[in-house]
Design a protein around this ligand. Structure first.
Ligand code: MEV
Length: 437
């Protein structure tokens, strides 16, 4: 520990001491002032600090709104937290495009979550059918105090399957448990119940009169929810007559646009290189709403990509269908969300986002979020198969580079004029700004 950049007990330091230590060991004094630049008032700062550990600063992200989203006939202003330029603009443009064409439809196909207890057991796989009913009754009874409130909210444990996993080891088993979690994401609820199941499973092996002595060796390996949520799935879609699929200023007529659009989606259904980028575009919209509403974007991402690869090949999450006169575009993806619990009430902006959305149920939020993902995908493909994306991106890129040079309003106006139709690069913008100063 002679190296002063190594430390014991960082977590026990108060925030000021952590900042001091970082300044002394890693930062210059000017850089270190940024750490306190985004602090907020006392009580709120304490709430933010308590979300995580070793906190030294707040990390601000832009919070935007995409208005004019019609989902199942209801109008939403959708909150989006994202650092990438053009995403909110694209979502807003797509929402506006579909507004006079009937908006977005969406339906929740299923809303079930899963968890697993993994264990080793000395009994034979054939005994499972005979033992499962009483085991289920026992674990359910022993955890009734944990599930009571969720049961009352319409959730709780739905089903228990006892799987044998000989491909891992001959004595490897799993309880696969499905849950309803009402309007909560339910991670804590599921993990608490599963850990209690694990404990009861151990007791069952020790004292169940149904077991022979050879069947009493049971070792619980782990109990945890699964973020693979193929039974918590929502579908969103848009549809209209092909003749209405005009894209003014693109130089492509409605029928040609629909044809090129469908081909772009078909490419992403078959080609993994394209599918990953295509789905990344969908997740631009989804993640931004996930973050704004205080949900878990890592869980949503992991589940979406597993779902995209469910037949063994990674494919586009969206599909496009053309009949002789109709354009239909849809997105199906898993979204395990909560609108109560977790950060949803604690984070003032997550709370505000849910208020903006009219305090939706988890299922309603699934619908809105899927619509945001589909809108994002539509906007990206619309640009890609017509003008290309750089045209729109470059406008935002120019603004970001100008910000890095602290450009004045006058300088911005002149730069916008100068770069209209020209390639925007950091080097070129710097040269232009310097020529003006
Ligand atoms: C950029 O963040 C997202 C896109 O690459 C998505 C796509 O290519 O479909 C524009």
């Amino acid at each position: 520990m002679n190296d002063p950049k190594r430390i014991n007990g960082f977590s026990r330091l108060d925030k000021a001491s952590r900042r001091n230590w970082l300044r002394e060991q890693f930062l210059d004094t000017e850089a270190a002032t940024v750490l306190s630049q985004f602090d907020v008032d006392g009580a709120l700062q304490e709430v933010l600090d308590n979300f995580s550990e070793n906190t030294v600063a707040n990390f601000p992200m832009p919070f935007g709104v995409a208005p004019n989203f019609i989902v199942n006939g209801k109008t939403y202003a959708v909150p989006m937290v994202i650092e990438e330029s053009s995403v909110v603009a694209a979502a807003s443009a797509a929402a506006k495009y579909w507004m006079p064409r009937g908006g977005f439809g969406a339906e929740v196909l299923s809303a079930e979550k899963l968890g697993q207890v993994h264990f080793r057991w000395s009994g034979s796989p054939e005994r499972r059918a005979a033992l499962l009913p009483s085991l289920c009754t026992r674990v359910r009874a022993q955890t009734a105090h944990l599930t009571e409130r969720m049961d009352a909210r319409g959730g709780g444990v739905r089903n228990i399957v006892w799987k044998h996993l000989p491909e891992i080891a001959p004595d490897c088993y799993q309880l696969l448990v499905s849950f309803g979690t009402a309007d909560s994401m339910g991670a804590n609820f599921i993990n608490t119940v599963l850990e209690a199941y694990g404990q009861e499973l151990r007791r069952w092996a020790t004292d169940s009169p149904e077991l022979t002595d050879d069947e009493r060796d049971l070792e619980v390996i782990m109990a945890i929810l699964s973020n693979h949520t193929p039974n918590c799935v929502v579908r969103a879609w848009v549809s209209c007559p092909i003749e209405q699929m005009n894209v003014p200023g693109s130089g492509v007529d409605a029928a040609d646009f629909a044809r090129r659009f469908k081909l772009a989606v078909d490419i992403a259904r078959q080609d993994t290189y394209r599918a990953v980028t295509h789905n990344k575009g969908i997740m631009n919209g989804v993640d931004a709403v996930v973050l704004a509403t205080g949900n878990d974007f890592r869980a949503i991402e992991a589940a979406a990509h597993a779902f995209a690869a469910q037949d063994g090949t990674y494919r586009s999450l969206s599909r496009c269908r053309l009949t002789s006169d109709t354009f239909h575009f849809e997105l199906t993806l898993p979204l395990a969300l909560g609108t109560v619990g977790g950060l949803t009430k604690l984070h003032p902006l997550a709370n505000l986002s849910l208020q903006l959305l009219g305090q939706p149920s988890a299922e309603e939020l699934m619908c809105v979020m899927a619509a945001a993902g589909l809108a994002q995908n539509f906007a990206a493909l619309r640009s890609l198969v017509t003008t290309g994306i750089q045209k729109g991106h470059m406008k935002m890129h120019l603004q970001n580079i100008l910000s890095s040079f602290n450009a004045t309003t006058e300088e911005r106006t002149q730069a916008e004029c100068h770069f209209n139709g020209k390639t925007v690069s950091h080097h070129a913008v710097r040269a232009f700004v310097e020529s003006m100063r």
